[in-house]
Design a protein around this ligand. Structure first.
Ligand code: MCA
Ligand code: AMP
Length: 508
C-alpha cells in the first residue's frame, strides 16, 4: 500500500499484514506500541503536515527530546514526501539559527522550553510554522496528529528523491547539509539487516539519540525493515540498558556505551541471552573489545560509517570480528585506499584516504556545489577524509583522520568552529583546539589559548563565554593558557606536538 513511496515501502514491508506485531516498548510510559498503531500515527502525522501546507521536498527541522512521537513524525515526513532535518538537542539558539537559514525549512518542531528563544530565530529565517513537543509528548505536534485520521495515501517518492538532510560539521567551521536519498537510506538498512541477521524475533535496545544516522537510520530503519521490535529509551543510562538485556537480543552503541557498561555490576549474567552488540561512530579501543569478550563472551561487532555514506564497512556476523578493524566493505559498497594528494589508488596494505562508492552514498551537500565537487568525485567515489588500510585478509583498519576532527562520545566537533569563537573573545590572541585521550568519551575537546600581550586570561572565563554559543559537547573539557603555540618552519601550528604535550590531561 506504500508502494509509490520508496523508503516508506521498505520500512513497512516486513510488517504488512502483521499490524498486531510489537514494534516498541516505550520505557518512559511502560506502554507497548504495535506496528499497526505506529504506522496509523505516522499517517496522521503525514496528514497534519500536508494540512499545514507542507509540500514534497519541503524541509522539516526538528530539535526535540527523544520520544516515540518524533519517530512517528520521521516516518510521517517520509510518507508526506518531505525532507526530515533532525538537529542535535544540544545545539544553542545561535547554532540552530545557522541551520534554519541554510536549509530554509517550512516547519520547525521544537521543545516547548525552547520556544521563546527559537521563535525569533525561526522568524528571522522565514520559517512560517513552529510546532512543539515535550519529553512527555505534550505539545502542538501531538495535537496536530490527533486532529487527523489515519489512512493517509503516501506521496509518491522515487529512489532519487530526498528523504533527509543531516548536518555534519566542516573543517572550515561551517556545517554542511548532507542530502540523503530514499535509495541511500532504504538500501543501506536492507544490507545491514541481512548482514547482521536481523529478523522479526529481534528486540533492539535503542538508547541512541535519533537526530543522527546511527540512532535514526541504522537502529530504527534496520529494526523496522526486519519487522523486529525495540526497547525505546530516552537516553543512554548504563544500568537501565544492562537491566533490559534480559528482554532483548541486540544493542547498538557508540564506544562510550561499552566503556560505561563494563563498569556496571552483573554484566556477564545480563548479557548472556543477547545475540549481538554493535559499535560504531568512533573507534572502539581494542582494550574495550577484549574486556567485553572476557566479561560477556561476546565479540563486539564494529562497523564504520559516516553521515554522508551511511554504513560502509562491517565486521562479519559469522567469522572473526577483529578488534581494531572495521571489517569488510558491505555488499554493494566499493572501497579503495587512495593517495591523499594525487587520489591515485594505493596497493593493499598501504595507508591512504578511504574512498567509497555505492547506493549508500549521499547526493551532495545542500546548496554547496563546490564542497560537493571537492568531496564527491564525478565517478561517484566519496572522499571520506578517514585514513586507513586494507590488511592482507581484507579487513579495513582506520588509522587516523586526514581531517581535523574530534569525536567525543560519538559526537563530532570540528576544532575550527571552537577556535573561531575563542579567538573572538577579548584578550585572546590565538588558540588551537585539539583532542586528548579520554577514558569515557574517547577524545576530549581541549583548547590551548594564547592571550594578547598583557592580557590576563582565566580558563573559567573562556568556558563561561563559550556557553551561550556552543553546544555542551563541543565546549572544551580542558582549557590551557600558554605563552605561544608551537609552529613549524612554515609558521603552521603543530597540533601533533600539542597532542603529545597534553595527552595526559584526560586521565588526570
Ligand atoms: C554529553 N556530554 C558530552 C557528550 N555527551 N560531552 C562530550 N561529548 C559527548 N558525547 C556532556 C553533557 O552535556 C554533560 O555536561 C556532561 O557531558 C556529562 O554528561 P553525561 O551525563 O555523562 O552524558 P550522557 O548524557 O550520558 O551522554 C553521553 C553519551 C551521549 C551517552 C555517550 O553523548 C551519546 O548518546 N552519544 C551518542 C552520539 C551518537 O549517537 N553519535 C552517532 C553520530 P555537563 O558536564 O555540563 O553536565 S552518527 C555517526 O557518527 C556516524 C554516521 C556513525 O558511524 O554512526
Ligand atoms: P559523522 O560525521 O558523525 O558521520 O562521523 C563520521 C566519522 O566517524 C567517520 O568519518 C569516522 O571518522 C568516524 N567513525 C565512524 N565509525 C567509526 C569506527 N568504527 N571507527 C573509527 N572511526 C569511526
Amino acid at each position: 500500500m506504500y508502494s509509490e513511496n520508496h523508503l516508506a515501502c521498505a520500512l513497512r514491508a516486513a510488517s504488512i499484514g502483521r499490524n498486531d506485531a510489537h514494534l516498541l516498548l516505550n520505557h518512559q510510559t511502560g506502554e507497548t506500541q504495535s506496528y499497526g498503531a505506529f504506522f496509523a500515527n505516522a499517517e496522521r502525522m503525514a496528514a497534519a503536515l500536508v494540512a499545514a501546507g507542507i509540500k514534497p521536498g519541503d524541509r522539516i527541522a526538528v530539535q526535540v527530546p527523544k520520544t516515540v512521537a518524533v519517530l512517528e513524525l520521521y516516518v510521517g515526513a517520509v510518507l508526506a514526501g518531505a525532507v526530515f532535518l533532525p538537529l542535535n538537542t544540544g545545539y544553542t539558539a545561535s547554532e540552530v539559527a545557522y541551520f534554519l537559514q541554510d536549509a530554509g525549512p517550512n516547519l520547525l518542531v521544537c521543545d516547548p522550553v525552547n520556544l521563546a528563544k527559537l521563535t525569533p530565530v525561526a522568524q528571522q529565517a522565514g520559517v512560517s510554522e513552529i510546532w512543539t513537543i515535550a519529553a512527555d509528548e505534550t505539545g502542538t505536534l501531538t495535537d496536530q496528529r490527533n486532529a487527523q485520521q489515519s489512512g493517509f495515501h503516501p506521496v509518491a517518492r522515487m529512489a532519487d528523491d530526498l528523504a533527509a538532510i543531516l548536518y555534519t560539521s566542516g573543517t572550515t567551521g561551517r556545517s554542511k547539509g548532507a542530502m540523503l536519498t530514499h535509495r541511500a537510506l532504504a538500501s543501506n538498512s536492507q544490507v545491514l539487516k541481512d548482514y547482521w541477521h536481523f529478523t522479526r524475533d529481534d528486540v533492539l535496545i535503542h538508547a541512541l539519540p535519533i537526530f543522527h544516522t546511527h540512532g535514526l537510520f541504522v537502529a530504527t530503519n534496520v529494526t523496522m525493515m526486519a519487522g523486529g521490535s525495540m526497547i525505546f529509551l530516552p537516553n543512554f543510562d548504563a544500568e537501565t540498558v544492562r537491566d533490559y538485556m534480559g528482554q532483548a537480543t541486540a544493542l547498538m552503541g557508540v564506544p562510550t556505551f561499552y566503556v560505561r557498561l563494563l563498569q556496571t555490576h552483573g554484566l556477564p549474567d545480563a548479557a548472556r541471552g543477547m545475540r549481538l552488540f554493535v559499535s560504531g561512530s568512533a573507534p572502539l579501543l581494542a582494550e574495550t573489545h577484549d574486556q567485553w569478550r572476557a566479561q560477556t563472551g561476546h565479540a563486539i561487532l564494529e562497523r564504520y560509517g559516516m553521515t554522508e555514506t551511511n554504513m560502509n564497512t562491517s565486521n562479519p556476523y559469522v567469522g572473526a570480528r577483529r578488534a581494531g578493524t572495521v571489517g569488510f566493505p558491505l555488499p554493494g559498497v566499493e572501497l579503495k585506499v587512495c593517495d591523499p594528494k594525487t587520489g591515485a589508488e594505493l596497493a593493499q596494505g598501504e595507508i591512504g584516504v578511504l574512498e567509497v562508492r555505492g547506493d549508500n552514498v549521499f547526493a551532495g551537500y545542500w546548496k554547496m556545489p563546490e564542497k560537493t565537487a571537492a568531496e564527491l568525485r564525478d565517478d561517484g567515489f566519496f572522499i571520506t577524509g578517514d585514513l586507513g588500510l586494507v590488511d592482507d585478509q581484507g579487513y579495513v583498519q582506520i588509522v587516523g583522520r586526514d581531517k581535523d576532527l574530534i569525536i567525543t562520545g560519538g559526537y563530532n566537533v570540528y576544532p575550527k568552529e571552537v577556535e573561531l569563537l575563542i579567538d573572538d573573545l577579548p584578550g585572546v590572541n590565538e588558540s588551537a583546539v585539539i583532542a586528548v585521550p579520554d577514558a569515557d568519551f574517547g577524545e576530549a575537546v581541549t583548547a590551548i589559548v594564547v592571550p594578547q600581550n598583557g592580557a590576563v586570561l582565566k580558563p573559567e572565563d573562556i568556558a563561561d563565554a563559550l556557553r551561550e554559543n556552543l553546544a555542551r559537547f563541543k565546549q572544551p573539557r580542558h582549557i590551557v593558557i600558554v605563552d605561544e603555540l608551537p609552529r613549524n618552519t612554515m609558521g603552521k601550528v603543530q597540533k601533533n606536538a600539542l597532542r603529545e604535550t597534553y595527552k595526559g590531561l584526560g586521565t588526570n
